[in-house]
Ligand binder design. Structure first.
Ligand code: KIV
Length: 280
């Protein structure tokens, strides 16, 4: 079994130029497969609201919903660095609540860190969580919990002014004690500027090759979530078609009584079968 991945291991990879792999997972079976594939960081993302619960956004997701999923992912991926995503309104109201909620991830789900969205506005809260000895990954760029303010799921950092603001945000998060920052949906040129502006590893989700590693939403890259596909998603499988094919074949077999055949039935001795006929 692989040795448990800790923050110093991630920093060694970053310093040695070895890209860090990161994926989301929401349940035991996928976490197990990601662990087997060698993924270093797993995010139990509140994207679960959309990919697993069919919601229109991540806003209705609660910490109580996240907790059993985080626990299941931990069971499936004992050596990965697993991060619990702080849902909407679990950290925005005040610092004390944010620390208490972040602490639940550590105490109840044995997470290695938490992630939350925002820049300068949330830096003071992050400093409080870090002071409570909870590692924090920041998240800037496209921040799905702010879609009302951002005007939808749109790329960020597409002008000089926008990139300058992102740089200020990244610096504030570094200053607050984030061990890493996730940057979502920015052009590679913006990612390059951000990478040169801070001295902590950046993870890129739709930011091109710059940064210390890459993240994708696992349901997107497996072709499992089909409501929409962001530009930055490479589909490594087409699970939707494959599962649809399997489910339709099952429905057809049952309707046509071609399943279950003898091979799927428990055998019985011929003399016992004869005796059973007397009961018919
Ligand atoms: O919830 C999630 O999966 C996320 C990603 C969009 C980064 O926060």
């Amino acid at each position: 079994m692989r040795k448990k991945i800790m923050i110093p291991d991630l920093y060694n990879m970053w310093h040695n130029g070895e890209p860090i792999t990161m994926l989301t997972a929401y349940d035991y079976p996928l976490a197990l497969l990601e662990e087997k594939a060698g993924v270093e960081i797993i995010l139990v993302g509140d994207s679960m609201g959309m990919t697993v619960f069919g919601m229109d956004s991540t806003l209705p997701v609660t910490l109580d919903m996240m907790m059993p999923h985080a626990q299941a992912v931990r069971r499936g991926a004992p050596t990965a660095f697993v991060i619990g995503d702080m849902p909407y309104m679990t950290y925005q109201i005040n610092k004390d609540e944010a620390i208490r909620n972040a602490g639940r991830y550590m105490a109840e789900a044995n997470m290695d860190a938490i992630k939350l969205e925002g820049g300068r506005d949330i830096a003071d809260t992050i400093a409080g969580i870090v002071k409570a000895t909870i590692p924090v990954m920041g998240h800037i760029g496209l921040t799905p919990q702010s879609i009302a303010m951002l005007g939808g799921f749109k790329a960020q950092g597409k002008s000089l002014d926008a990139v300058k603001k992102l740089v200020d945000d990244a610096k504030a998060l570094e200053q607050a004690g984030c061990f890493s920052i996730l940057v979502e949906a920015v052009p590679p040129q913006a990612m390059e500027v951000l990478e040169k502006s801070v001295n902590i590893p950046l993870i890129s989700l739709g930011g091109g090759l710059h940064g210390a590693g890459q993240l994708l939403i696992v349901h997107d890259m497996l072709g499992f979530f089909d409501r929409f596909t962001p530009k930055f998603v490479k589909k490594y499988a087409d699970l939707n078609s494959e599962i649809h094919r399997a489910l339709s074949a099952y429905v057809k077999d049952v309707k046509e009584k071609t399943f279950p055949t003898d091979e799927y039935c428990y055998p019985i001795k011929a003399e016992e079968a004869d005796k059973l006929k007397t009961l018919l």
